[in-house]
Design a binder for this molecule. Structure first.
Ligand code: GA4
Length: 325
């Protein structure tokens, strides 16, 4: 059994110069243990990695992308009519408002339930189901590789939470319009923000964007670094729930999207947030807790965490509420 260690010293050695690690998923065929080690290291050191050779077809990705772009190009009243109110409560179409507590950003978005049994608005034909099916499978495969790399006896211990028919997973399409008005959404440091800094609350996020940049991550040394857009890859981010399940061995990554600086082209990202069912208890798995690595978190259900998150601001560290003193 591997002794889990939430090791802030190890994390703080990693700097901007190292960049986001790239994981080649085709290694699974010949070099499985190298692959699992690399994934574990990326989750420990950065909480984010890029996956290439992921096996998801371009057709599945482009179908959702084209439907999304087509949707966002419609006149605003039509968008509201198709999927609901300005502030989705919590699902539907949103314009500039993020969450319920006053956060704003220079974007519009669609937020949809994404568990495999839910029905989606008859919006994009099969495109949502096909995409969600593919990225949910990818996230489960990656979670199984993580469990393997951590030498956990039940390899499906993380992925079964997302495979559960009651999983609370989400799909979010974020559309950042091209630069029009330089004055909008400037934060205290003079930066124009598309989606402010936060960590994702769920287990794992699978992000795919077009070739317009904007995503930044906060490195363990506190520096914000841009993440190169790569339409052929997926970025995978550790969420708060996985941080807890691994007792802090993996850390959720703080990230943000700057407002789009392109004068002509919109940035669009498609984000799958793999989440447990509402009634699932989130607490460190047994293998991650030992006398050397005491349990860092009070147990909570995913439903309780969601309540905490919906009464918080985007940049709040919601996990602090559940830390043992
Ligand atoms: C961040 C990740 C997902 O986009 C999201 C966001 C959610 C929302 O837009 O309603 C939250 C945010 C996100 C965390 C804190 C709360 C809730 C906005 C916000 C201020 C859909 C999610 O699950 O958590």
């Amino acid at each position: 059994m591997v002794v889990a260690s939430p090791n802030p010293l190890k994390r703080s050695k990693k700097t901007k110069a190292m960049g986001v690690p790239t994981i080649d998923l085709s290694l699974k065929y010949q070099q499985r243990s190298t692959l699992t080690d690399l994934i574990v290291e990326a989750c420990e050191d950065f909480g984010i990695f890029k996956v290439v050779n992921h096996g998801i077809s371009t057709e599945v990705i482009s179908a959702l992308e084209n439907h999304g772009l087509d949707f966002f190009s419609k006149p605003t009243p039509e968008k509201h009519l198709v999927v609901g109110p300005t502030v989705p409560k919590p699902f539907g179409y949103g314009f500039r408002n993020i969450g319920n507590n006053g956060d704003v950003g220079d974007l519009e978005y669609l937020l949809l339930h994404a568990n495999l049994s839910s029905t989606h608005p008859p919006l994009f034909g099969e495109a949502v189901d096909d995409y969600v099916g593919a990225v949910a499978d990818l996230s489960c495969e990656l979670l199984d590789l993580m469990a393997e790399g951590l030498w956990v006896s039940d390899k499906t211990i993380f992925s079964k939470l997302i495979r559960d028919v009651q999983s609370d997973s989400l799909l979010r399409l974020n559309h950042y319009p091209p630069l029009k008005n330089k004055d909008s959404f400037i934060n205290g440091s003079g930066e124009r923000i598309g989606f402010g800094e936060h960590s994702d609350p769920q287990i794992l996020t699978i992000l795919r964007s077009n070739d317009v940049g904007g995503l930044q991550i906060c490195m363990p040394d506190g520096l914000w670094v841009p993440v190169q857009p790569d339409p052929n890859a997926f970025y995978v981010m550790v969420g708060d729930a996985l941080q807890v399940l691994t007792n802090g061995r993996f850390g959720s990554v703080k990230h943000r999207a700057m407002a789009n600086n392109s004068t002509t082209k919109a940035r669009m990202s498609m984000n799958f947030f793999g989440a447990p069912p509402l009634n699932a208890t989130i607490s460190p798995i047994q293998e991650m807790v030992s006398p050397m690595n005491p349990n860092l978190y009070k147990p909570f259900t995913w439903g309780e965490y969601k309540r905490a998150m919906h009464s918080s601001r985007l940049s709040d560290c919601r996990l602090n509420l559940f830390k043992r003193r």
